[in-house]
Design a protein around this ligand. Structure first.
Ligand SMILES: CC(C)[C@H](C(=O)O)[C@@H](O)C(=O)O
Ligand code: SF4
Length: 486
């Protein structure tokens, strides 16, 4: 078993007792709630006439069903089921004294975007949410776990969950990323190498020079997709980048209290001589942008590679999965993903819906227009992100290029609102899952990639290498400067 890792330390600090069934009872420091998975759990409390144990540690927002067109946010929502979920959340949070970031709060957005940007997610915490992408919060050096309905009930009623301690795999990502290559490419590379179930029974500790040099938004993108690699959670040890990001955020204490908190944060980072159950190294030096060619996030290649033949996979499961994927995507082994026709470009989600994501995509869009037959959607991960992009004028680049600039929510990531693929449309998407039917149409096809790559696909109407547009952008600017100098 691991020893001296952040995971071990945070686990020990939050362990209440060992339960008779061998699991540990773990205290949850921060409980995040959204409209989809919470109504039933609140119902269970009501049935037993139980109060919420720690309303002050519980924060709610609405994301999955949130309409992303301003005029569709009027209540009651046109979609009856969505309205029911939203009003249940409003009622449950109000009845129990829980803070709810609704449409009018100015802070509404995707749970995993909102909690980090408000400074709610902090190092050394246990974070739980009825959502599989709760690992996102591990970017701060916390242990974020997705939980099911009965566990949501348990956290609401007791502040605790019963949990099994996992093995810890250290993933050293070494090297530096080239221009136009991002955190998203790192995590896709990791999943390509270790597989979609490589992390089963583990949490991933990401480290190494490539991880250390990422900013917090990049780290959030990496940790977000831990679950896509099969890991129960994923985290990065806190460092100066983490502390500086947290300083001054709404829920982060100031002055001496900050320094005190920081001392704790520093103490929970993995020791130099920590023992891991497993250590792997991934080389990030010189990797190219990655895009998926299949129907799970592990079916992915660097943009210069060709689509593998099913026979090239060792296991029968992988071979069959590849065959199924090629059929669904209407692709052939040996083909390049470059030039694969795209109908929809979707930029947003809890993986890549933050300011730097829009900023990078905007660099590609600058001076370009979305291809004529492409429907392009930019959906900020939160209203805070939207406002910041608008303050910086980033929204204008999107609008001028021909993107629809929307309000915050999960949107076409999972299509629980009106934003969905139609028929067998192909979507260049900055999201984290390319499962069949994921984006609202059973024949719809999803190609996962970084935000800059989504922007390039929007412009070309096909999968393209964003770096060509970034180069254009740079030489364009240089030319302009020269003209002015003349
Ligand atoms: C609806 C929710 C429970 C789900 C999850 O658990 O992740 C969703 O967010 C997703 O990304 O598939
Ligand atoms: S953006 Fe997508 S992955 Fe993230 S919580 Fe929403 S539906 Fe899930």
């Amino acid at each position: 078993m691991s020893e001296g890792t952040l995971y071990d330390k945070v686990w020990e600090k939050h362990k209440v007792t060992e339960l008779p069934n061998g699991q540990d009872q773990l205290f949850v420091g921060l409980h995040l709630v959204h409209e989809v998975t919470s109504p039933q759990a609140f119902g269970m409390l009501e049935e037993r006439e139980l109060d919420v144990a720690f309303p002050g540690r519980t924060y709610a927002t609405t994301d999955h069903i949130a309409p992303t067109e301003a005029e569709k946010r009027e209540r009651p929502l046109a979609d009856g089921e969505a309205e029911e979920m939203l009003s249940a959340l409003e009622r449950n949070t109000a009845d129990n004294g829980i803070t709810f970031f609704g449409f009018e709060s100015g802070k509404q957005g995707i749970t995993h975007v909102v909690a980090p940007e408000l400074g709610l997610s902090q190092p050394g915490m246990t974070v739980a949410c009825g959502d599989s992408h709760t690992a996102t919060h591990g970017a701060f050096g916390s242990i974020g776990v997705g939980i099911g309905t009965s566990q949501i009930r348990d956290v609401l009623a007791t502040g605790c969950i019963a949990a099994d301690k996992q093995h810890v795999r250290r993933i050293d990502v070494e090297g530096s990323l080239g221009e136009g290559v991002y955190a998203k490419d790192i995590i896709l590379k990791i999943i390509q190498e270790l597989g979609v179930d490589g992390g089963v029974g583990h949490v991933y500790e990401y480290g190494g020079s490539a991880i250390e040099s990422l900013d917090m938004e990049g780290r959030l993108a990496v940790c977000n997709m831990s679950i896509e690699g099969g890991a129960r959670a994923g985290y990065i040890n806190p460092d100066e980048t983490t502390y500086e990001y947290l300083r001054g955020r709404e829920y982060v204490p100031e002055g001496d209290a900050f320094e005190e908190r920081k001392a704790y944060w520093e103490s929970i980072a993995s020791d130099e001589d920590a023992e891991y159950d497993d250590v792997v190294t991934v080389d990030a030096d010189g990797i190219d942008p990655l895009v998926t060619w299949g129907i799970n996030p592990g079916q992915v290649i660097e943009i210069g590679e060709s689509i593998p033949a099913p026979e090239s996979f060792d296991s029968r499961t992988d071979r069959e999965a590849a065959e199924k994927a090629l059929e669904h995507m209407e692709l052939e082994p040996g083909q390049s993903m470059l030039g694969y026709d795209v109908d929809v470009a979707f930029l947003g989600t809890c993986t890549n819906g933050r300011v730097s994501d829009f900023e990078e995509a905007a660099r590609v869009l600058e001076g370009n227009t979305v291809a004529e037959d492409v429907r392009a959607l930019a959906v900020p991960g939160s209203e805070t992100v939207r406002e910041e992009c608008e303050r910086r004028g980033i929204d204008q680049t999107f609008i001028e290029a021909g993107f629809q600039w929307r309000r915050a929510g999960c949107s076409m990531c999972l299509a629980m609102n009106d934003d969905a693929l139609e028929g067998d449309e192909v979507c260049a998407s900055s999201s984290n899952r390319n499962f069949v039917g994921r984006q609202g149409s059973k024949d719809g096809r999803t190609v996962l990639m970084s935000p800059a790559m989504v922007a390039a696909a929007a412009v070309e109407g096909a999968v393209a290498d964003a770096r060509e547009h970034l180069d254009d952008d740079r030489s364009g600017t240089a030319g302009g400067v020269e003209e002015v100098a003349d």
